[in-house]
Design a protein around this ligand. Structure first.
Ligand SMILES: Nc1nc2c(ncn2[C@@H]2O[C@H](COP(=O)(O)OP(=O)(O)OP(=O)(O)O)[C@@H](O)[C@H]2O)c(=O)[nH]1
Ligand SMILES: [Mg+2]
Length: 324
Protein backbone atom coordinates (compact mmCIF):
# COMPACT_ATOMS: atom_id res chain seq x y z
CA UNK A 1 0.00 0.00 0.00
CA UNK A 2 2.96 2.29 0.67
CA UNK A 3 4.00 2.71 -2.93
CA UNK A 4 0.45 3.91 -3.64
CA UNK A 5 0.75 6.60 -1.00
CA UNK A 6 3.93 7.86 -2.61
CA UNK A 7 2.32 8.30 -6.01
CA UNK A 8 1.06 11.71 -6.98
CA UNK A 9 -2.59 12.17 -7.88
CA UNK A 10 -1.52 12.87 -11.48
CA UNK A 11 0.31 9.56 -11.65
CA UNK A 12 -2.64 7.69 -10.17
CA UNK A 13 -5.02 9.26 -12.69
CA UNK A 14 -2.67 8.55 -15.58
CA UNK A 15 -2.47 4.87 -14.60
CA UNK A 16 -6.25 4.70 -14.32
CA UNK A 17 -6.68 6.21 -17.76
CA UNK A 18 -4.16 3.70 -19.11
CA UNK A 19 -6.37 0.90 -17.83
CA UNK A 20 -4.59 -0.12 -14.64
CA UNK A 21 -7.37 -1.83 -12.69
CA UNK A 22 -5.42 -2.25 -9.47
CA UNK A 23 -4.80 1.48 -9.27
CA UNK A 24 -8.46 2.09 -10.14
CA UNK A 25 -9.65 -0.20 -7.35
CA UNK A 26 -7.39 1.52 -4.82
CA UNK A 27 -8.50 4.98 -5.89
CA UNK A 28 -12.13 3.90 -5.47
CA UNK A 29 -11.35 2.89 -1.90
CA UNK A 30 -9.92 6.36 -1.24
CA UNK A 31 -13.16 7.87 -2.53
CA UNK A 32 -15.35 5.50 -0.52
CA UNK A 33 -13.45 6.36 2.64
CA UNK A 34 -13.69 10.07 1.90
CA UNK A 35 -9.94 10.50 2.08
CA UNK A 36 -8.65 13.92 0.97
CA UNK A 37 -6.57 12.24 -1.76
CA UNK A 38 -9.74 10.76 -3.16
CA UNK A 39 -11.11 14.26 -3.63
CA UNK A 40 -7.83 15.41 -5.18
CA UNK A 41 -8.06 12.61 -7.74
CA UNK A 42 -11.73 13.41 -8.42
CA UNK A 43 -10.93 17.07 -9.03
CA UNK A 44 -8.57 16.12 -11.82
CA UNK A 45 -10.69 13.22 -13.09
CA UNK A 46 -13.78 15.38 -13.56
CA UNK A 47 -12.27 17.09 -16.62
CA UNK A 48 -12.11 13.77 -18.45
CA UNK A 49 -15.73 12.77 -17.85
CA UNK A 50 -18.80 12.87 -20.04
CA UNK A 51 -18.08 9.96 -22.36
CA UNK A 52 -19.64 7.02 -20.52
CA UNK A 53 -23.23 5.89 -20.64
CA UNK A 54 -24.40 5.18 -17.11
CA UNK A 55 -27.10 2.55 -16.67
CA UNK A 56 -28.82 2.06 -13.31
CA UNK A 57 -30.53 -1.25 -12.56
CA UNK A 58 -32.70 -1.64 -9.51
CA UNK A 59 -35.35 -4.06 -8.25
CA UNK A 60 -36.21 -6.37 -5.39
CA UNK A 61 -33.80 -9.03 -4.15
CA UNK A 62 -33.56 -12.00 -6.46
CA UNK A 63 -35.37 -10.33 -9.36
CA UNK A 64 -32.56 -11.39 -11.68
CA UNK A 65 -30.69 -8.08 -11.87
CA UNK A 66 -27.20 -9.63 -11.83
CA UNK A 67 -28.14 -12.28 -14.38
CA UNK A 68 -29.43 -9.46 -16.56
CA UNK A 69 -26.26 -7.38 -16.04
CA UNK A 70 -24.23 -10.42 -17.02
CA UNK A 71 -26.18 -10.80 -20.27
CA UNK A 72 -26.07 -7.05 -20.99
CA UNK A 73 -22.30 -7.19 -20.50
CA UNK A 74 -22.26 -9.88 -23.18
CA UNK A 75 -24.12 -7.55 -25.58
CA UNK A 76 -21.73 -4.69 -24.81
CA UNK A 77 -18.63 -6.83 -25.29
CA UNK A 78 -19.97 -8.22 -28.58
CA UNK A 79 -19.71 -4.65 -29.86
CA UNK A 80 -16.19 -4.34 -28.49
CA UNK A 81 -17.19 -1.70 -25.97
CA UNK A 82 -15.94 -1.70 -22.37
CA UNK A 83 -18.02 -1.80 -19.20
CA UNK A 84 -17.60 -1.15 -15.49
CA UNK A 85 -20.11 -2.67 -13.10
CA UNK A 86 -20.81 -1.46 -9.58
CA UNK A 87 -23.03 -3.57 -7.32
CA UNK A 88 -24.39 -1.49 -4.47
CA UNK A 89 -25.91 -3.02 -1.38
CA UNK A 90 -27.48 -0.38 0.82
CA UNK A 91 -29.77 -2.76 2.66
CA UNK A 92 -27.34 -4.97 4.46
CA UNK A 93 -24.58 -3.53 6.62
CA UNK A 94 -23.23 -7.06 7.06
CA UNK A 95 -22.56 -7.95 3.44
CA UNK A 96 -18.88 -8.45 2.94
CA UNK A 97 -17.14 -8.60 -0.41
CA UNK A 98 -17.63 -12.34 -0.67
CA UNK A 99 -21.41 -12.25 -0.45
CA UNK A 100 -21.58 -9.38 -2.90
CA UNK A 101 -19.24 -11.23 -5.22
CA UNK A 102 -21.62 -14.14 -5.19
CA UNK A 103 -24.58 -11.84 -5.78
CA UNK A 104 -22.86 -10.49 -8.88
CA UNK A 105 -23.01 -13.70 -10.93
CA UNK A 106 -20.34 -12.23 -13.15
CA UNK A 107 -17.66 -14.89 -12.96
CA UNK A 108 -17.54 -15.49 -16.69
CA UNK A 109 -16.60 -11.85 -17.33
CA UNK A 110 -14.26 -11.38 -14.39
CA UNK A 111 -11.12 -12.17 -16.37
CA UNK A 112 -12.14 -10.07 -19.37
CA UNK A 113 -9.84 -7.05 -19.84
CA UNK A 114 -12.74 -4.87 -20.98
CA UNK A 115 -14.81 -5.49 -17.85
CA UNK A 116 -14.29 -4.02 -14.38
CA UNK A 117 -16.41 -5.22 -11.46
CA UNK A 118 -16.67 -3.60 -8.07
CA UNK A 119 -19.02 -3.97 -5.12
CA UNK A 120 -19.87 -1.21 -2.68
CA UNK A 121 -21.45 -1.83 0.69
CA UNK A 122 -22.77 0.62 3.27
CA UNK A 123 -19.69 0.38 5.43
CA UNK A 124 -17.13 3.08 4.92
CA UNK A 125 -19.45 5.41 3.09
CA UNK A 126 -19.18 8.43 5.32
CA UNK A 127 -20.75 10.89 2.94
CA UNK A 128 -23.75 8.70 2.17
CA UNK A 129 -23.96 5.84 -0.24
CA UNK A 130 -25.57 7.77 -3.09
CA UNK A 131 -22.90 10.46 -3.12
CA UNK A 132 -20.06 7.91 -2.93
CA UNK A 133 -21.57 6.00 -5.83
CA UNK A 134 -21.85 9.22 -7.78
CA UNK A 135 -18.17 10.01 -7.17
CA UNK A 136 -17.09 6.51 -8.15
CA UNK A 137 -19.03 6.96 -11.40
CA UNK A 138 -16.97 10.11 -12.07
CA UNK A 139 -13.77 8.10 -11.74
CA UNK A 140 -15.00 5.22 -13.91
CA UNK A 141 -16.09 7.71 -16.56
CA UNK A 142 -12.63 9.30 -16.53
CA UNK A 143 -11.12 5.82 -16.73
CA UNK A 144 -12.73 5.59 -20.16
CA UNK A 145 -15.38 2.87 -19.80
CA UNK A 146 -17.99 3.09 -22.55
CA UNK A 147 -20.71 1.84 -20.21
CA UNK A 148 -21.07 1.97 -16.44
CA UNK A 149 -23.74 -0.26 -14.93
CA UNK A 150 -24.87 0.28 -11.33
CA UNK A 151 -26.86 -2.55 -9.75
CA UNK A 152 -28.74 -1.70 -6.55
CA UNK A 153 -31.03 -3.95 -4.59
CA UNK A 154 -34.30 -2.67 -3.18
CA UNK A 155 -36.81 0.04 -3.90
CA UNK A 156 -36.18 2.61 -1.16
CA UNK A 157 -34.96 6.20 -1.22
CA UNK A 158 -31.31 5.09 -1.37
CA UNK A 159 -31.92 3.27 -4.63
CA UNK A 160 -33.86 6.19 -6.06
CA UNK A 161 -30.95 8.52 -5.22
CA UNK A 162 -28.33 6.16 -6.59
CA UNK A 163 -30.18 5.49 -9.80
CA UNK A 164 -30.62 9.22 -10.33
CA UNK A 165 -26.90 9.31 -11.18
CA UNK A 166 -27.69 7.16 -14.20
CA UNK A 167 -28.47 8.33 -17.71
CA UNK A 168 -30.85 5.43 -18.17
CA UNK A 169 -32.66 3.73 -15.29
CA UNK A 170 -34.00 0.21 -15.47
CA UNK A 171 -36.44 -1.18 -12.92
CA UNK A 172 -36.59 -4.98 -12.85
CA UNK A 173 -39.84 -6.63 -11.81
CA UNK A 174 -40.93 -10.27 -11.83
CA UNK A 175 -44.37 -11.81 -12.33
CA UNK A 176 -46.12 -13.48 -9.45
CA UNK A 177 -45.17 -10.84 -6.91
CA UNK A 178 -48.81 -10.68 -5.82
CA UNK A 179 -49.63 -7.46 -4.08
CA UNK A 180 -45.97 -6.50 -3.92
CA UNK A 181 -46.31 -4.21 -6.87
CA UNK A 182 -48.61 -2.02 -4.79
CA UNK A 183 -45.81 -1.68 -2.29
CA UNK A 184 -43.48 -0.28 -4.91
CA UNK A 185 -42.99 3.34 -4.12
CA UNK A 186 -44.09 6.03 -6.50
CA UNK A 187 -40.48 7.22 -6.44
CA UNK A 188 -39.20 4.11 -8.11
CA UNK A 189 -41.94 4.23 -10.77
CA UNK A 190 -40.89 7.77 -11.48
CA UNK A 191 -37.19 7.08 -11.99
CA UNK A 192 -37.64 4.15 -14.37
CA UNK A 193 -36.94 4.79 -18.06
CA UNK A 194 -37.31 1.11 -18.86
CA UNK A 195 -39.32 -1.46 -16.95
CA UNK A 196 -38.09 -5.01 -17.39
CA UNK A 197 -40.42 -7.89 -16.67
CA UNK A 198 -37.80 -10.53 -16.00
CA UNK A 199 -38.51 -14.22 -15.45
CA UNK A 200 -41.14 -13.86 -18.14
CA UNK A 201 -40.90 -17.64 -18.51
CA UNK A 202 -43.22 -17.67 -15.51
CA UNK A 203 -46.99 -17.17 -15.22
CA UNK A 204 -48.55 -13.80 -14.64
CA UNK A 205 -46.65 -11.71 -17.22
CA UNK A 206 -49.74 -10.10 -18.75
CA UNK A 207 -51.18 -9.24 -15.34
CA UNK A 208 -47.92 -7.62 -14.26
CA UNK A 209 -47.67 -5.69 -17.51
CA UNK A 210 -51.18 -4.30 -17.00
CA UNK A 211 -50.36 -3.31 -13.42
CA UNK A 212 -47.18 -1.53 -14.47
CA UNK A 213 -49.10 0.30 -17.18
CA UNK A 214 -51.67 1.55 -14.69
CA UNK A 215 -48.99 2.73 -12.25
CA UNK A 216 -47.08 4.43 -15.06
CA UNK A 217 -50.16 6.33 -16.22
CA UNK A 218 -50.73 7.54 -12.67
CA UNK A 219 -47.20 8.80 -12.14
CA UNK A 220 -46.58 10.02 -15.69
CA UNK A 221 -45.38 13.58 -16.19
CA UNK A 222 -46.91 15.32 -19.17
CA UNK A 223 -43.74 16.63 -20.74
CA UNK A 224 -41.87 13.36 -20.34
CA UNK A 225 -41.89 10.31 -22.57
CA UNK A 226 -43.65 7.23 -21.15
CA UNK A 227 -41.18 4.53 -20.09
CA UNK A 228 -40.95 1.34 -22.10
CA UNK A 229 -41.73 -2.16 -20.88
CA UNK A 230 -39.52 -5.07 -22.01
CA UNK A 231 -39.96 -8.76 -21.24
CA UNK A 232 -36.86 -10.84 -20.62
CA UNK A 233 -35.69 -14.24 -19.47
CA UNK A 234 -32.29 -13.24 -18.15
CA UNK A 235 -31.38 -16.87 -17.51
CA UNK A 236 -31.44 -17.72 -21.23
CA UNK A 237 -30.79 -14.21 -22.53
CA UNK A 238 -34.19 -13.98 -24.26
CA UNK A 239 -35.20 -10.36 -24.83
CA UNK A 240 -31.85 -8.94 -23.71
CA UNK A 241 -30.85 -7.92 -27.25
CA UNK A 242 -34.12 -5.97 -27.51
CA UNK A 243 -33.45 -4.38 -24.12
CA UNK A 244 -29.99 -3.32 -25.25
CA UNK A 245 -31.40 -1.80 -28.45
CA UNK A 246 -33.80 0.30 -26.39
CA UNK A 247 -30.90 1.37 -24.16
CA UNK A 248 -28.97 2.51 -27.24
CA UNK A 249 -32.01 4.39 -28.57
CA UNK A 250 -32.45 6.18 -25.24
CA UNK A 251 -28.74 6.96 -25.13
CA UNK A 252 -28.95 8.67 -28.51
CA UNK A 253 -31.87 10.80 -27.37
CA UNK A 254 -30.45 11.76 -23.98
CA UNK A 255 -29.90 15.41 -24.75
CA UNK A 256 -33.64 15.72 -25.47
CA UNK A 257 -34.75 13.94 -22.29
CA UNK A 258 -36.28 16.52 -19.94
CA UNK A 259 -36.25 13.96 -17.14
CA UNK A 260 -32.55 13.28 -17.50
CA UNK A 261 -31.70 16.98 -17.59
CA UNK A 262 -33.84 17.57 -14.49
CA UNK A 263 -32.07 14.81 -12.54
CA UNK A 264 -28.71 15.95 -13.82
CA UNK A 265 -29.27 19.47 -12.49
CA UNK A 266 -30.59 18.19 -9.16
CA UNK A 267 -27.56 15.97 -8.79
CA UNK A 268 -25.09 18.73 -9.57
CA UNK A 269 -26.83 21.01 -7.10
CA UNK A 270 -26.57 18.36 -4.37
CA UNK A 271 -22.94 17.67 -5.23
CA UNK A 272 -21.98 21.33 -5.05
CA UNK A 273 -23.78 21.96 -1.76
CA UNK A 274 -22.36 18.78 -0.22
CA UNK A 275 -18.84 19.73 -1.21
CA UNK A 276 -19.19 23.24 0.18
CA UNK A 277 -20.57 21.87 3.46
CA UNK A 278 -17.82 19.28 3.75
CA UNK A 279 -15.04 21.74 3.02
CA UNK A 280 -16.45 24.41 5.32
CA UNK A 281 -16.93 21.95 8.14
CA UNK A 282 -13.39 20.69 7.69
CA UNK A 283 -11.97 24.24 7.94
CA UNK A 284 -14.28 25.10 10.84
CA UNK A 285 -13.29 21.97 12.79
CA UNK A 286 -9.58 22.49 12.16
CA UNK A 287 -9.50 26.17 13.04
CA UNK A 288 -11.63 25.90 16.18
CA UNK A 289 -10.26 22.48 17.16
CA UNK A 290 -13.93 21.60 17.27
CA UNK A 291 -14.58 18.26 18.91
CA UNK A 292 -18.00 16.80 18.16
CA UNK A 293 -17.89 14.37 21.10
CA UNK A 294 -17.18 17.15 23.59
CA UNK A 295 -20.00 19.32 22.25
CA UNK A 296 -22.47 16.45 22.20
CA UNK A 297 -21.65 15.70 25.83
CA UNK A 298 -22.31 19.32 26.72
CA UNK A 299 -25.73 18.99 25.18
CA UNK A 300 -26.54 15.72 26.91
CA UNK A 301 -24.99 16.40 30.31
CA UNK A 302 -25.43 20.17 30.74
CA UNK A 303 -28.55 20.46 28.59
CA UNK A 304 -26.97 23.22 26.55
CA UNK A 305 -28.87 23.78 23.32
CA UNK A 306 -27.39 22.66 20.01
CA UNK A 307 -28.75 25.85 18.41
CA UNK A 308 -26.71 28.08 20.68
CA UNK A 309 -23.59 25.96 20.48
CA UNK A 310 -23.78 26.04 16.69
CA UNK A 311 -24.30 29.81 16.55
CA UNK A 312 -21.60 30.58 19.12
CA UNK A 313 -19.08 28.45 17.28
CA UNK A 314 -19.97 29.95 13.93
CA UNK A 315 -19.54 33.50 15.33
CA UNK A 316 -16.21 32.46 16.76
CA UNK A 317 -15.14 30.95 13.46
CA UNK A 318 -16.19 33.99 11.44
CA UNK A 319 -14.67 36.35 14.04
CA UNK A 320 -11.37 34.54 13.90
CA UNK A 321 -11.36 34.77 10.14
CA UNK A 322 -12.06 38.51 10.20
CA UNK A 323 -9.08 39.05 12.47
CA UNK A 324 -6.76 37.24 10.04
N1 LIG B 1 -36.85 -18.69 -14.11
C1 LIG B 1 -35.99 -17.68 -14.20
N2 LIG B 1 -35.04 -17.52 -13.25
C2 LIG B 1 -34.20 -16.49 -13.36
C3 LIG B 1 -34.27 -15.56 -14.43
N3 LIG B 1 -33.31 -14.63 -14.25
C4 LIG B 1 -32.65 -14.96 -13.12
N4 LIG B 1 -33.18 -16.08 -12.57
C5 LIG B 1 -32.74 -16.75 -11.34
O1 LIG B 1 -33.11 -15.94 -10.23
C6 LIG B 1 -32.15 -16.06 -9.19
C7 LIG B 1 -31.68 -14.68 -8.75
O2 LIG B 1 -30.94 -14.08 -9.82
P1 LIG B 1 -29.92 -12.89 -9.60
O3 LIG B 1 -29.47 -12.47 -10.95
O4 LIG B 1 -28.89 -13.22 -8.60
O5 LIG B 1 -30.90 -11.81 -8.99
P2 LIG B 1 -30.52 -10.39 -8.34
O6 LIG B 1 -31.70 -9.54 -8.59
O7 LIG B 1 -29.21 -9.92 -8.83
O8 LIG B 1 -30.41 -10.79 -6.82
P3 LIG B 1 -29.79 -9.91 -5.64
O9 LIG B 1 -28.58 -9.21 -6.16
O10 LIG B 1 -29.49 -10.89 -4.57
O11 LIG B 1 -30.87 -8.95 -5.26
C8 LIG B 1 -31.04 -16.93 -9.74
O12 LIG B 1 -31.23 -18.22 -9.26
C9 LIG B 1 -31.25 -16.85 -11.22
O13 LIG B 1 -30.77 -17.99 -11.88
C10 LIG B 1 -35.28 -15.76 -15.43
O14 LIG B 1 -35.44 -15.00 -16.38
N5 LIG B 1 -36.11 -16.83 -15.25
MG1 LIG C 1 -27.50 -9.24 -7.74
Amino acid sequence: MNFFREKSCEEILREIKEGNKITLARAISLIENREPRGTEILKRAYHYTGNSTVIGITGSPGAGKSTLVDKLTGEIRKRDKTVAIIAVDPTSPFSGGAILGDRLRMQRHSTDEGVFIRSMATRGNLGGLASSTDDVIVLLDAAGFDFIIVETVGVGQDEVDIVKSAHISIVVLVPGMGDDIQAIKAGIMEIGDIFVINKSDRDGVTKLEQEINVLLMLSAKKEEELPQIVKTVALTGKGVDKLFEIILEKKNKLSQSTKFLRYHKELLKEKLIRHIKEKLFEKFSNELKFNLEVEINKIIENRESPYEIAEEKISLFLGERNEQ
